[in-house]
Structures are given as C-alpha cells and as structure tokens.
Design a protein around this ligand. Structure first.
Ligand code: SAM
Length: 229
C-alpha cells in the first residue's frame, strides 16, 4: 500500500494517463496505478543505480514489464518521444531539484498536460518557475504524515500569462485561500524558526542588513497570512 503522501499524488493522476514518474526509486507510484488499472503505461526514471535496481525488482516481482518501463536516466531524459507521455509526477525531493529537472528538460514537456509535483521543501522557487514557463497551478494540497508536512502542486500548461506574487509563490495561490489546520501548523513552525534565526542574527556581529531584512519581511508576511486565517 502507498503512503498517505504518495496516495495523494496518485489520486491526481488522471485515469488513462501515459505517466512518467521521475525519481521513482522503487517505482511504487506507477506500479500501484497500473495494478489499480488507473493507467496502462508508465515510464519510471531513476538517476541512481541502487534505486534503479529496486525498480527492476519491483517490475519483475509484479509482472509489470509490458507496461512499466524502468529507465536509468537523469531527470526528464528518461522520457522518449514515442512514449507519448502526457502526465509527469516528481515526488519526494526538494523543490530546487524539481525545478532544475523541469528546467533542464523543457523540450520533454511538449505534449504534457499535467505536472504533479510533491516538493519536500523549496516550494516558492518551483511555483515561480511554473508561472514563468506558462504552467498554471490548478490544484494544491497540504498534508501531514509521520510529523512531516508535504505539499502537492498540480499544474497544467496554458497559453495565457501566469503570475504569482511573492505571497502566492511562498504559501501557494490555492493553499493560501484554503487555509486549514495543517497549513496553519506549517506556517506557525516556519514563523518560529524565522524568529529564532532573527534573534541569533541580532546577537551575532556583522550580519548583513539585507539578510536580516529578508527574514523580517518573511516574518511579516507569515504573520499577515496567519492572522487572516
Ligand atoms: N518518488 C519517490 C517518492 O516520492 O517516494 C522516491 C523519492 S526519493 C526520496 C528521491 C529519488 O529521486 C531518489 O531515488 C533519487 O535517486 C532520485 N533522483 C534524484 N535526482 C534525480 C534526477 N535528477 N533524475 C532522476 N532521479 C533523481
């Protein structure tokens, strides 16, 4: 069975998708979707040998070799034109790495209708990248599992301009509207961490003023959003 986090990612994959799961490790996500007959074709990409071996075992063990193609490749290099991939999942890594993978593989995004991304941290830069590259965020989720808070960002290409302001990029354009207990918990924790960092900076000598100001601006932003909630 999938973790709550991966199940939430899986739930965003449209029935009948041709899926590429990048950084797939054991390939649990595409294997689950195939066995549940939600999809019948997937590519599972992995850049590291060890996890790649894991996925080979999983594919063999489940008898999925005709439908799930494991590929040892960096990022979107795992995708080939003939795969006709329309949905990409990238889960369980930092937002900066997800952004790099998308940025380096832009020509592979042609024909892709949906990105389902689950960054562990660093969501802000990822949302800004999506907007800059004409991807509109159509769904967001925040969930807690084993004391970790995870966000899921679902985006679709659009010919229209997309722009998120700093507040929307940081908190999520849809999450900020939805709020909720997990959202509040996450930002209360972030607020406490930022306030602590500011205290430490004030104590230390020779802290660059712009660095302190950036933290203070973030604290003000978080306070504002938490008060609205
Ligand atoms: N996606 C699974 C999940 O969410 O449970 C596995 C997450 S695991 C923490 C991250 C995986 O991404 C690792 O197996 C790592 O080797 C792989 N990875 C990291 N950078 C990658 C890249 N540039 N291309 C493909 N895979 C990558």
């Amino acid at each position: 069975n999938l973790s709550k986090r991966l199940a939430a990612v899986a739930a965003q994959v449209p029935k009948g998708s041709r899926l590429a799961d990048i950084g797939s490790d054991h390939a649990y996500l595409p294997a689950h979707l195939l066995m549940a007959q939600q999809i019948d074709f997937a590519v599972a990409g992995e850049v590291v040998e060890g996890p790649f071996e894991n996925m080979l075992k999983e594919v063999e063990h489940r008898g999925l070799a005709d439908h799930l193609l494991p590929r040892l490749a960096n990022g979107l290099d795992a995708i080939r034109k003939e795969d006709r991939i329309d949905t990409i999942t990238i889960a369980g890594m930092g937002g900066t790495l997800i952004t790099k993978i998308l940025d380096a593989g832009q020509e592979k995004l042609e024909g892709v209708k949906r990105l389902i991304l689950q960054p562990n941290v660093g969501e802000e830069g990822l949302r800004l990248w999506l907007a800059k590259h004409h991807f509109e965020i159509i769904h967001e989720e925040i969930l807690e599992e084993d004391d970790h808070v995870y966000e899921i960002i679902v985006a679709t290409p659009t010919p229209n301009p997309v722009a998120y302001n700093q507040r929307e990029a940081l908190f999520g354009p849809l999450l900020i509207q939805a709020g909720g207990p997990v959202f509040v918990k996450k930002w209360q924790k972030e607020l406490a961490q930022d306030q602590y960092a500011i205290e430490q900076m004030r104590r230390a000598k020779e802290v660059p003023a712009d660095r302190l100001a950036a933290y203070e601006a973030r604290v003000a932003l978080i306070k504002g959003v938490l008060e609205d909630d």
